[in-house]
Design a protein around this ligand. Structure first.
Ligand code: BES
Ligand code: ZN
Length: 590
């Protein structure tokens, strides 16, 4: 049976896109990209060709000298509009001229005020999962891979970057033209570009970092270990096939922590902590260079293959660099987060299965940590079943066998049956992948660092105060564990005590700050509201905003403030995050 992706209008029996030549003009005044894209196909296209689009203005489609007839003949609130190009008549290439909409769901156009420098605008794209189609018409499914060349024109002094090899830059009066090539075939969701007043610093022979001038030095210091991580990754997962590994720091409204765009990880500025305490973001996004970018989920129903494997790979890097104790602590925390998420959806909810059925469901709407951490614990069990040595050999073979291909959960099981049949004696593979909730014993995890934090929490709850001394050496995972172990609500006085003890705002990362804000909201700690407001004004990471707003909606005392607060921030953050929050508020009749 041919593979089908419920999130694409593409019909692969018509043929596939294999290469695209882009000419992209970035227009900050109109908040639009003007694009000319020339597509090459893997075979002559007999007659019709279907492409995914969303809110694009198509100006012209032609092949050679011949204009092609087209129409947007299907509309879907999740998938967008199907572009039906007619009578290709065995053409092997075609060109589309188009413009993106100012509200393109793949783009965020930031005003100078929303940047660190405050003087120049900033633009970035975020295509995962199904947003590439709101930049250019494509077979927007991870089943299709293509190479590309791009010319990208930006207004100087801005610099344009893409998740591709840079071929150089040409400065003409009033415009700057960058050239890029992506020689390795990528799925559409890994197409990425950004433009801003950027600086670059070299980190190592194959690694470097882009950021605004204001943050470049801090960023370069924070991520100085990237080259070492890259080598470590090669040792664990096999050759790095993307040549370079650079990263670019995104403004605080970036909707994710990081995004594994090939050769160029996009990551939020929140990870620049000044003490290298939160560089696990790079371990994760770098690991995607193998798990996700080489071996790619066949559709978003198999998302766990990307993220579960990547969290496993991330943890291997953490263990190698920071030791077993730290990896164990992180593992327990991931288990706790998983448990919370499972309870939120309900243990029997089909969305808690690793392999999901997403027909008619927007992947953005069901995004959760379940595929990440349930997937991770599953892979970890497979490792334990056969021992690390054999599992490491399996991992390398897995990546090599499926590199530059798309894989389904079924394809994975078949490979596992062939390569590691013994694993099935110890692990209920079917239950892990196809059953909701969690197999028994899945959360039997131990960490002594975690136990220390739990002991401290117990002590605190019994009325014995904690000293600063006691917590100075704590890792963020331990603070996380401490906060998780507290009752849902504490007294406002206790909130003040903990705040003074931990100094959340100045000492800890945004995830911990979010947890404390949520605790304050639940506990009726009124002093917290100005901080909540400042936080949600500044940071656009979806997981934070969702958590904070969910709690603001749920508590009586904050509920009346939610709609006005949301209206004050809606212009600042990413369209996808804002849409999700809007739905949450509407569901709560707010
Ligand atoms: N690929 C994801 C981000 C993503 C997933 C974007 C689905 C859009 C749709 C990225 O690798 C990721 O997992 N980011 C995490 C980082 C974390 C797990 C370290 C994030 O942003 O929260
Ligand atoms: Zn990821």
């Amino acid at each position: 049976m041919p593979l089908r992706d419920p999130h694409s209008f593409a019909n692969l029996s018509q043929g596939r896109i294999t290469h695209i030549d882009f000419d992209i003009q970035v227009d900050f005044t109109r908040k639009e990209l003007a694009i000319e894209a020339t597509y090459a196909f893997d075979q002559p296209i007999h007659d019709a060709f279907f492409l995914d689009t969303r809110a694009l203005t198509i100006e012209r489609i032609y092949t050679g000298e011949r204009d092609l007839a087209w129409e947007l003949d299907k509309q879907d609130p999740i998938l967008g509009e199907r572009l039906h190009v007619r009578k290709l008549d065995s053409a092997t290439e075609m060109t589309i001229e188009l413009r993106t909409a100012p509200g393109s769901t793949a783009l965020q156009w930031l005003t100078p005020k929303q940047t660190a420098g405050g003087e120049h605008p900033f633009l970035y794209s975020q295509c995962q999962s199904i947003h590439a189609r709101s930049i250019f018409p494509c077979q927007d499914t991870p089943l299709v891979r293509f190479t590309y060349h791009a010319k990208m024109q930006v207004p100087p002094p801005l610099i344009g970057v893409m998740a591709a090899a840079s071929l150089g830059v040409e400065d003409q009066t009033g415009r700057r033209i960058h050239s890029f090539a992506m020689k390795q075939p990528i799925p559409s969701y890994l197409f990425a570009l950004a433009a801003g007043d950027l600086a670059f610093k070299k980190l190592g022979p194959r690694t470097g970092i882009y950021a605004e001038n204001e943050t470049i030095d801090a960023a370069a210091w924070e991520f100085a270990e990237n080259e070492q991580k890259l080598k470590l990754g090669e040792g664990l997962f096999g050759p790095y096939l993307w040549e370079r590994y650079d990263a670019i720091v995104m403004p605080p409204s970036f909707p994710y922590g990081g995004m594994e765009n090939p050769r160029l990880t996009f990551m939020s500025t929140i990870f620049i902590m000044g003490d290298r305490s939160w560089t696990s973001i790079i371990s994760h996004e770098l690991a995607h260079s193998w798990t996700g970018n080489l071996v790619t989920n066949a559709s978003w129903e198999h998302f766990w293959l990307n993220e579960g494997w990547t969290v496993y790979a991330e943890m291997r890097i953490t263990e190698a660099l920071e030791g077993r104790d730290v990896a164990d602590l992180e593992t327990v925390i991931y288990g706790k987060i998983l448990q919370e998420e499972l309870e939120l959806f309900g243990m029997q909810s089909p969305i808690t299965c690793l392999k999901t059925s997403l027909e008619g469901i927007d992947p953005d709407e069901v995004f959760s940590r379940i595929p990440y951490y349930k997937g991770f614990l599953f892979i970890r069990q497979l490792e334990h079943a056969v021992g690390r040595e054999r599992f490491d050999a399996f991992t390398k073979k897995y990546i090599q066998t499926f590199q530059f291909q798309s894989l389904t959960s079924e394809g994975f099981v078949t490979f596992l049956e062939k390569e590691l049949p013994q694993a099935f004696d110890h692990v209920d593979v079917q239950a892990w992948i196809y059953a909701p909730g969690l197999p028994e014993g899945a959360l039997d995890l131990n960490s002594s660092l975690h136990d220390d934090a739990l002991d401290a929490c117990e002590q605190y709850l019994q009325g014995k105060p904690l000293s600063k001394q006691q917590i100075t050496k704590w890792r963020s995972g331990q603070v996380y564990a401490f906060l998780l172990a507290l009752p849902e609500r504490i007294t406002a006085e206790d909130c003040a005590v903990l705040d003074a003890l931990f100094e959340f705002e100045s000492q800890w990362n945004c995830s911990l700050r979010t947890m404390f804000l949520v605790l304050g909201i639940r506990s009726g700690y009124r002093e917290i509201m100005p901080r909540v407001e400042r936080f949600v004004q500044t940071f656009g990471r979806g997981t934070y905003l969702t958590k904070i707003f969910r709690n603001l909606v749920a508590e009586h005392w904050t509920r009346p403030q939610v709609r006005p607060l949301f209206e004050r921030i809606r212009e600042r953050h990413h369209p996808v995050v804002i849409t999700n929050l809007e739905k949450m508020l509407a569901n709560a009749n707010l």
